[in-house]
Design a protein around this ligand. Sequence first.
Ligand SMILES: Cc1cc2nc3c(=O)[nH]c(=O)nc-3n(C[C@H](O)[C@H](O)[C@H](O)COP(=O)(O)O)c2cc1C
Length: 293
Amino acid sequence: MQTKLRRRHFLKNGLAAGGAMVLLKGLPGRGAESAVQKGSMNETLKTIHNLRTIHGNFNDKSIPESLIQEILHASVQAANASNMQSYSIVVVKDRETMQAVCGYRGSCMFVYCVDHTRHHASSAHLGHAYRSDSIVSFVTAGMDTMLAAQTAVIAARSMGIDSLLTNGLHRGDMERVWKILNLPEQFCFPMIALVLGYPTEEPAVDKGRLGGVGIVHEATYHHPTPEELDAITSQYDNPDNHLALNPDWSQQGFTHYQDWLYSAWLGSRTGPPTEETPMFRLLKRAGYVDLQH
Ligand SMILES: Cc1cc2nc3c(=O)[nH]c(=O)nc-3n(C[C@H](O)[C@H](O)[C@H](O)COP(=O)(O)O)c2cc1C
């Protein structure tokens, strides 16, 4: 695994944003030097700070089966509500299938699904009535699912294996994911795909992160002031912070990166949705949302 400490642009330095010192407030470790600042990270912190996404350019090298198993074993160690592990992980090794499911291909893909099917089967088997038909069940299982996925990301990186978390499975006709992976229609919902592998080339930069005002709130929630919002906008605009998804936003005629983000990238809808979205329909079919729960 790469041990070189790669600098995360955590926006701890307000000066980098043109004097927006306000962003120092609220950072973790405020008042005390963090391990990052002291340069004294332990191996776990180094792995976390070395996390990076490979945006699809994985090479053909395969991951040894023992390492895949190691990652899975680590993944399921994540905390989970009532120790019920209300998720399933579908392991896919066929690259065409990966492409069809999430739009990306690598050495291996784990599809993390919110899933209560196993609990329904066990409870019925034992003669119990068990229900998971509620938003609460979905949200709770969603937490389990994502924690397991992120734990896999960290485990993989600790072994020099790179990754891409993608919600590409929610793009286009989502039904294909159920069909291709033979997912149960009820009480199973594919949340995220984790593509694992080795990159064809190192990413050009480390993506930065906001870390101060607007992200971390001390004691109670703090709505950013107009000045703080300007400072955040400046942080995004500063190319040294590597916060932009599209580094060419300026050449494309946008005044601020966030102008590109909220218009060109996310698009603008003028009113609330007028009809059920495909995701809502599938969540309903899965049994997690209806009028009562
Ligand atoms: C829910 C989720 C969906 C994502 N979907 C995609 C995706 O479809 N394609 C992609 O290239 N990256 C995707 N990413 C990765 C993010 O773009 C990436 O984490 C972010 O730009 C920060 O970069 P870094 O992980 O290299 O620090 C996704 C990440 C998450 C958590």
